[in-house]
Design a protein around this ligand. Structure first.
Ligand code: AMP
Ligand code: GLY
Length: 426
């Protein structure tokens, strides 16, 4: 079968690497892909951007692809699935109506409230003056969130009133996230430890992936602004058996049922970002896709063919599926450009890529790099995800950082504490 994979980041490199191992796959076309993906077997890239939904449809038709798999949220929220399905093409990923779960935080919070899915208490504002008046009488800390898509950067955890007023000003007056900031959510600040809980769903059955944990802030010990994610590991010991059962019964299954009841049936990856305290989960946000960088450690541990699971989801027969996992642990350390998540330079020559991959159990996934006459150079904020598989988390951490140390470019930044929270629980 010929598959079109949409996206160009580390998550898509990990998906391409894993899907290329499937006996069901003869060819993988990745749009627009990246230089790491071009080096994988069966893979070819096409220069169509992932938000050019009609360009992607033309590509899928011309190339006669059998299935399209969407990595990032933007094309799903923009209605890629609806457009493809109307043209008789198969897509693994939710419709625009269902993808609103990530596309609008107001929609997602209101859905959780209506169906009693645990999440922080919140207020919604469309008016700047009303929101700032609310902040002036509120208790801190609290969290200010832009309603729409903001590449993981539209959330401000504020300890002080002036921080919250500044966040509100950026979102609603300066419009730094454009129309995504026409409405804001102001919500209670939750305590606990975060985890990412991701599943395959066909709209009825929910087949969970292994647990994982992201590291959102740019600096060690969770300091500095939020990023797309600076590293991840799997499994995450904060997701105990009891927490897992509660997440399935109080979050995942009720959410899928709620969307069905609202006339927005959901098929694809469903990701709940959770805060967990004493095994009790509360939802921070939903995403309608795999996490990036969570996909990297999850896919190196996955032993079941994900393409088979995607086809089962499309047929509505996920209930017969289970997923096998490597008992080993996996860790991904993201290497980023200096300055990220703000502005950063591009074109820095990357050395040591091949050397890092000679370490047994280390795989380097490319997120933002390209080829140039002087060799492979940086081209994005998050550049590489150095991912390891080893018998336990401490060994996997050690191995991932051995890989990181082989790689060099001027100004490379990475966190040195990826996986530390798991160590404190073992
Ligand atoms: P989100 O994009 O909504 O997941 O938010 C990004 C990050 O902000 C999360 O991973 C948390 O670290 C933090 N965050 C979001 N909402 C809350 C909340 N209600 N309480 C505490 N931290 C939060
Ligand atoms: N790593 C967080 C996300 O993918 O949204």
């Amino acid at each position: 079968m010929k598959i079109l994979l949409v996206g160009s980041g580390g998550r898509e490199h990990a998906l391409a690497w894993k899907m290329a191992q499937s006996d069901l796959v003869s060819e993988l076309l990745v749009a627009p892909g990246n230089i790491g993906i071009t080096r994988e077997p069966k893979c070819r890239t096409a220069p169509v951007p992932s938000d050019d939904v009609s360009g992607l449809l033309e590509l899928a038709r011309n190339e006669k692809v059998d299935l399209t798999v969407v990595g990032p949220e933007a094309p799903l929220v923009a209605g890629l699935t609806d457009l493809f399905v109307k043209s008789g093409l198969r897509v693994f990923g939710p419709s625009a109506a269902a993808a609103l779960l990530e596309g609008s935080k107001v929609f997602s919070k209101d859905l959780m409230k209506k169906y009693k899915i645990p999440t922080a208490d919140y207020e919604t504002f469309e008016d700047y003056d009303l929101a700032s008046a609310y902040l002036k009488s509120a208790k801190f800390p609290l969290v200010v969130k832009a309603d729409g898509l903001a590449a993981g950067k539209g959330v401000f955890v504020c300890n002080l009133e002036e921080e919250a007023l500044d966040a509100l000003h950026q979102i609603m007056k300066q419009k730094v996230f454009g129309i995504a900031g026409e409405r804001v959510i102001i919500e209670d600040c939750l305590e606990g430890e975060e985890a990412s809980f991701i599943a395959f769903t066909d709209g009825v059955s929910v087949i969970p992936l292994a647990s994982s944990q992201d590291h959102k802030p740019i600096f060690d010990n969770d300091r500095g602004p939020n990023t797309g994610g600076m590293g991840a590991y799997s499994p995450a010991p904060v997701v105990t058996t009891s927490a897992h059962d509660r997440i399935m019964n109080e979050v995942m299954l009720p959410t899928v049922k709620a969307l069905e009841a609202e006339g927005r049936p959901y098929m694809g990856f469903l990701y709940a970002g959770l805060m967990i305290k004493d095994d009790l989960p509360k939802v921070l946000e939903f995403n309608v896709r795999l996490g990036d960088p969570e996909a990297q450690p999850l896919l190196v541990r996955m032993k079941t063919d994900p393409v088979r699971l995607m086809l089962s989801a499309l047929e509505g027969s996920l209930s017969k599926e289970t997923i096998k996992w490597d008992n080993d642990a996996a860790v991904c350390v993201v290497m980023a450009s200096e300055g990220y998540p703000g502005s950063y330079p591009k074109g820095k020559i990357i050395l040591g890529l091949d050397e890092a991959e000679t370490i047994p159990g280390v795989k380097v996934f490319v997120a933002g790099a390209e080829s140039s006459p002087s060799g492979v150079v940086t081209s994005g904020g998050r550049v590489l995800g150095v991912t390891s598989l080893a018998q336990n988390i401490p060994e996997a951490i050690k191995k991932a950082y051995e890989g990181v140390e082989k790689i060099y470019w001027e100004g490379a930044h990475y966190r040195r504490d990826i996986g530390k929270k798991a160590l404190s629980r073992s």
